[in-house]
Write a protein that binds this ligand. Structure first.
Ligand code: DHB
Ligand code: FE
Length: 288
C-alpha cells in the first residue's frame, strides 16, 4: 500500500523564484533565505519520494473570478509552468500521477469532500517556488523534477475560503485515500504559502513574528487545536495573505499521528524575515 512518510511546509514567495532564475541567490539579501533550505535540499536528496501531493494556491493564474473551485485536484499527465506576466519560469514541466490522483479523488469525494477534478491546469509560483526551494534548479542535461507531483489547489484568494478545521479534516481524508492505494508508493505531502504577509491596503507589508512562531509551535504539537482558529484571526493577525497558512493544516492533517505511532519527528525548522513582503517559514516533519 502507499503511505505518507513525511510532510514539508514552506512559503512560496514569487521573488524567491525570480532570485533563483536570475542568478541572485548569492546576494546578501537572499543568502539567509537560501541558507535555511540547504539542510532541506540534502534531506530531499536522501528522501526523494515516489510522489509528492502538493497543496498550494493558485493566484488567479489557472482560475480567474470566472470560476473558483474551493479544492481542485490535478489529475492530468502533466502541468505547464504558468506565465505570470514575465514569461513562464525556466523550470521543468510538472509530471502528474493520474492513477493516484484519480484514486484520491474517488476516495475523498466518497468521504464527503467536494473536489473539483482538473484535467488541464497551468501551475504558478505557489507550486513551482516550493519545488525550486526543495530541489534546487534542475540541471540542464536532466531537465525534470525528480518525481511526479499531484497539484492540489485550495482557494484562499476569493472569499469565502475554507476553514482551517475543514482543511485539517481534508488532510485526514487524503491520508486515508493514500493508505488505500494498492501500490507501495512513498508519498510526501507538502503544505505551502504563508507565513504572515499582506500585499495590499493600508496594512501592506504586515509581518507578525509572534503569530508565526506560535503557529509553528502549535502546528507541531497540537494541530487539532490549531485547526479551530477561525479564518478572521489569520486575517487580523497574519495579514490578508496570511490566510494561505490554512493549507499547512491539510498537510498536517494527513500526518495521522492521532491514529498511529505518535507525534512526527521535526527534521528541520526555519524562519526568516523578510523575503519580499513575506515572512518565510519552513518545516519538515517525518512520520515515525
Ligand atoms: C508575495 C507573497 C505571496 O505569497 C504571493 O503569492 C505573492 C507575493 C510577496 O511577498 O511579494
Ligand atoms: Fe501567495
Amino acid at each position: 500500500m502507499a503511505r505518507i512518510t513525511a510532510s514539508v511546509y514552506t512559503s512560496h514567495v514569487p521573488a524567491i523564484g525570480a532570485a533563483l532564475d536570475l542568478g541572485k541567490s548569492g546576494e546578501p539579501y537572499w543568502q539567509p533565505v537560501f541558507k535555511g533550505y540547504e539542510a532541506s535540499k540534502a534531506w530531499m536528496q536522501a528522501n526523494t519520494p515516489d510522489v509528492i501531493f502538493l497543496v498550494y494556491n493558485d493566484h488567479a493564474t489557472a482560475f480567474s473570478l470566472d470560476m473558483i473551485p474551493t479544492f481542485a485536484i490535478g489529475c492530468a499527465d502533466e502541468f505547464q509552468p504558468a506565465d505570470e506576466g514575465w514569461g513562464p519560469r525556466p523550470v521543468p514541466v510538472v509530471k502528474g500521477h493520474p492513477e493516484l490522483a484519480a484514486h484520491i479523488a474517488h476516495s475523498v469525494i466518497q468521504d464527503d469532500f467536494d473536489l473539483t477534478i482538473v484535467n488541464k491546469m497551468d501551475v504558478d509560483h505557489g507550486l513551482t517556488v516550493p519545488l525550486s526551494l526543495m530541489f534546487g534548479q534542475p540541471a540542464a542535461d536532466k531537465f525534470a523534477w525528480p518525481c511526479p507531483i499531484i497539484p492540489f489547489a485550495v482557494n484562499v484568494v476569493q472569499y469565502p475560503v475554507p476553514s482551517g478545521r475543514r482543511c485539517f479534516n481534508l488532510g485526514r481524508a487524503i491520508r486515508k485515500a493514500i493508505a488505500s492505494f494498492d501500490r507501495p508508493l512513498n508519498v510526501q505531502i507538502w503544505g505551502t504559502g504563508g507565513m504572515s504577509h499582506q500585499l495590499q491596503g493600508p496594512r501592506a507589508g504586515l509581518i507578525n513574528r509572534e503569530f508565526d512562531t506560535a503557529f509553528l509551535d502549535q502546528l507541531i504539537a497540537d494541530p487539532e487545536a490549531l485547526a479551530k482558529k477561525p479564518h478572521i484571526d489569520y486575517v487580523r493577525e497574519a495579514g490578508s495573505e496570511g490566510i494561505e497558512l490554512v493549507m499547512w493544516l491539510v498537510a498536517r492533517g494527513a500526518m495521522g499521528d492521532e491514529s498511529s505511532a505518535g507525534a512526527p519527528k521535526v527534521v528541520h525548522r526555519f524562519y526568516h524575515v523578510p523575503a519580499s513582503n513575506t515572512a518565510v517559514g519552513h518545516l519538515i516533519l517525518e512520520n515515525t
